[in-house]
Design a protein around this ligand. Sequence first.
Ligand code: CP
Length: 310
Amino acid sequence: MTPRKDLLDIASLTDAEIEFVLANAVPFKELFKRSVKKVPTLKGQTVLTLFYEPSTRTRSSFEVAASRLSADVTHFDIESSSVVKGESILDTVETLESMRVDYIVVRHKQSGTPSLIAKNTRASVINAGDGWHAHPTQALLDAFTLKEKLNTMNGARVLIVGDIQHSRVARSTSLIFRRLGMNVAYLAPGSMMPRETPVKIPQFGNWTDALDWKPDVIYLLRVQSERMDEPYFPSTAEYHKNYGLTDSRLDIISERGLWLMHPGPVNRGVEITDRGMNYAKSLINQQVENGIAVRMSVLYWLKPGAGVSP
Ligand code: CP
């Protein structure tokens, strides 16, 4: 495998790279059972998290992953930095470059920002979510989670439900699931279906038709109101009634024994109910746990300073 400096999206990864990350996450996850969960793999390296958008899971997951690899971890606090005085992204990156950090984990509302940063630093840049574009570590951890649960990924069916248009998660997970042999379909109101209409992805406008497609996994998405300049549906109650996982729909998926996923954060009462959050075959907490192992694997795999950047 050619050494790779940055992880910017799923589309540019080779099959071997995806397999490498998923396979190495297994021994990293084994570490979590030990009282000492740390290995010296990245001793002496510095990982910096640079989040221009809020995050609970991704940022803390990267910080825990980096600490478990013995890296020094620093968070760049945007609110108390010179960014609020108007400092540009590239000037910020030049400053970080002078500090010789080894990894920059970046989230930004503008698609393409991680790629811009990657071209201007020797540090390995990991995209922790850019606009509507990509969230590659979410896709890798989702694939890892399903690999653990499904007898075979080949031919398995994943129904992605909700705000697909605004979702970097849906774009990245659709790519990796299909690369791994799974089938993907979308269920959403017309206003939330992706404009680019990807080929080969069936699209449904109601739950009855979507469940007739016989999914093995229901993957709910958060309604991303912060990315909507105008309402995409009449009310959250209306959205819940037509597209949410209501308790009666939960009964159906429970009877069929379907797996349930959500990348978080969830909007209770919108895409899911309290009962849905306690569903026995929900993988939501396992997605979070696996996120640490997969991100350890990503940090282990990338090579700061390597010449290859997609
Ligand atoms: N899944 C995800 O990206 O969650 P956060 O926004 O909390 O990081």
